[in-house]
Design a protein around this ligand. Structure first.
Ligand code: B16
Ligand code: MG
Length: 239
């Protein structure tokens, strides 16, 4: 498919979705919708996840570091706990696992209250505004059950055309369900969607959904996605 990135003159006023004047719409878009992973793409909650998992690991006497934390990217809460328990000598019942996962989540949620709109960079917001101004639908496809809470914290709760998150799915990435639901909520087919992901499992999920993908951050180190982004704003060149 051809690459189209023709930029129009800046629009002069706010449109009905609150895209500010001066944001440049990108025309002749290749994709009808862009589905963004949340954590690691729109913003980062890595530090909060780390602090909350570390507190639980310390309580159980389990070794935990940044490298293990990186393995939790894009992975569901219970699967994350299983990864942490790889270094645990004892055995936990399912009920105990659930209790500890809930405990971690309560601490994580209290840390998330520190998040503010400044957690979303100007580059990310301006890029999304430009895509929107060009008529592209914008969605979230996140494994997190806290996605809506996080979006509210950063003032983006009413921004996206659809949100598919951990509350909507029974299978987590690399299963394609979260992205399939996002496309379904938008009313578009997989072939017109571009997924933006920071996790390898997320890129694999996009592929399994039959969608193109753009990898950023960690996932961009592997040659799995259709595009590897150095900067978020490069989305304007590939859409
Ligand atoms: P929660 P994403 C993912 O979000 C995180 O990357 C991952 O670290 C986390 O374990 C998962 O959400 C579940 O989060 O405990 O809040 O339900 O990258 O898919 O937006
Ligand atoms: Mg992510």
């Amino acid at each position: 498919m051809p690459k189209c990135n023709k930029i129009l003159e800046p629009i002069k006023r706010y449109n009905e979705r609150g895209v500010p004047a001066g944001i440049q719409p990108v025309m002749h878009m290749k994709y009808k919708a862009v589905i963004f992973d949340l954590d690691g793409v729109i913003l980062s909650t890595d530090n909060y996840h780390y602090e909350a998992w570390k507190a639980l690991a310390d309580k159980l006497g389990i070794y935990f570091d940044e490298t293990i934390n990186n393995r939790l990217r894009g992975v569901s809460r219970m699967e994350s706990l299983e990864i942490i328990l790889e270094k645990y000598n004892g055995r936990l019942t399912d009920a105990e696992k659930l209790k500890y996962a809930n405990e971690k989540n309560e601490l994580y949620k209290s840390l998330l209250k520190n998040m503010a709109p400044s957690a979303v960079s100007k580059e990310v917001k301006d890029t999304m505004d430009s895509l929107r101004a060009g008529g592209i639908l914008l969605a979230i496809g996140s494994s997190s059950k806290n996605a809506k809470f996080i979006l509210k914290q950063v003032g983006l709760n009413d921004y996206f055309d659809s949100i598919s998150d951990g509350e909507d799915i029974t299978n987590s990435k690399p299963h394609p369900e979260v992205f399939q639901k996002a496309a379904q909520f938008l009313g578009v087919g997989a072939e017109v969607c571009l997924v933006v992901e920071d996790a390898v499992s997320g890129v694999e999920a996009a592929k399994a959904a039959g969608m193109d993908s753009a990898a950023i951050g960690d996932a961009a180190k592997f040659n799995l996605a259709n595009y590897n982004l150095k900067n978020f704003s490069e989305l304007l060149e590939i859409c």
